[in-house]
Design a protein around this ligand. Structure first.
Ligand SMILES: NC(=O)c1ccc[n+]([C@@H]2O[C@H](COP(=O)([O-])OP(=O)(O)OC[C@H]3O[C@@H](n4cnc5c(N)ncnc54)[C@H](OP(=O)(O)O)[C@@H]3O)[C@@H](O)[C@H]2O)c1
Length: 278
């Protein structure tokens, strides 16, 4: 037995290196071809119908602008009707072929059905669903006066996305469409004062990973995992979180940002680009 181990110890390391050198060029070639293929197959979204939740500000608003520049038709969902009207006007100027606004609350089941029904009634189809609406948390778990005060975070961030996907799936199947969901880096990295928020984002991640297995290839799913993006959701809350927290939490926030900058930004870029390329 010792003899076998000695031979393996002598043979395996050089053999592994030789095999690596033999196959690595083929691996790079395959990567290059798939990269070129993805860039050639860039989806033309002109005329496609895109429903975006949380389109009244931040990431959702900016995603809407990108679609509008490419000539997509847009259905915008959020609670603030006045903000949606301003965004819709800008989208028309940017080149969107048609824009409707559907004010409502994603945590309300009837509203979610209404978002899809009105989109189908107006445009006749749905190609992309962007599940983006979300609310933050900036309170330590044990400081909730009543634990039920945390329910709305899960209701909006998780159920709000799940309900609307449920009503959208039959239409997305017909159009061979896609769902894009905005999770968060906090789904993977613990962030103090954001326990329920992080749980809601981790739940989204697992839900859509499973749904992807159930509904692909008819409907494709892209899960974006952004780190820190300065928006209405983060900037005021983050400043409050950092200023109100102890030195340990301050250090954790700094580590969180560093991990994001060094590692997760690359992951997010890969996932966002897969969203653009699919
Ligand atoms: N910013 C970041 O650093 C970051 C990082 C990771 C993930 N994210 C995620 O990205 C998404 C967008 O966040 P953001 O940073 O762009 O924040 P934001 O500017 O505050 O946008 C949140 C959007 O969600 C909408 N919304 C909130 N509750 C809603 C409800 N019950 N029904 C319908 N719409 C609702 C808001 O509109 P109304 O108030 O008008 O309803 C708003 O349009 C969120 O899911 C967030 O968790 C953000």
């Amino acid at each position: 037995m010792d003899m076998v181990h000695t031979i393996l110890n002598l043979l395996l390391p050089p053999l592994t290196i030789i095999l690596l050198f033999m196959f690595f060029p083929f691996y790079l070639l395959i990567k290059l071809v798939s990269c070129i293929y993805k860039h050639l197959c860039f989806e033309n979204v002109a005329g496609k119908v895109v429903l975006i939740t949380g389109a009244s500000s931040g990431i959702g608003e900016n995603v809407a602008y990108e679609y509008a520049k490419k000539g997509a038709c847009l259905a915008l969902v959020a609670r603030r009707k006045d903000r949606l009207e301003i965004v819709a006007e800008t989208l028309r100027q940017l080149g969107s072929r048609d824009v409707i606004i559907i004010p409502g609350d994603v945590s309300n089941l009837d509203d979610c059905k209404m978002f899809i029904d009105e989109t189908i009634h107006h445009f006749g189809k749905l190609d992309h669903l962007i599940n983006n609406a979300g609310v933050p948390q900036a309170i330590i778990f044990e400081d909730f006066t009543q634990i039920q005060d945390a329910n709305h975070i899960m209701d909006i961030n998780f159920w709000g996305s799940t309900y609307i996907s449920y009503f959208a799936i039959p239409h997305l199947r017909k159009s061979k469409g896609k769902i894009v969901v905005i999770s968060s880096a906090t789904a993977n990295i613990p962030l103090p004062l954001a326990s329920i928020y992080s749980a809601s984002k981790a739940a989204l991640l697992k839900f859509y990973e499973t749904l992807r297995v159930e509904i692909s290839p008819d409907i494709r799913i892209t899960i974006a995992i952004p780190g820190f993006v300065s928006t209405d959701l983060t900037t005021p809350h983050f400043i409050k979180m950092v200023s109100n927290s102890n030195i340990l939490y301050k250090l954790i926030y700094i580590c969180h940002i560093l991990i994001y900058v060094c590692f997760l930004e690359k992951c997010s870029m890969v996932q966002i680009s897969s969203f653009r390329n699919q």
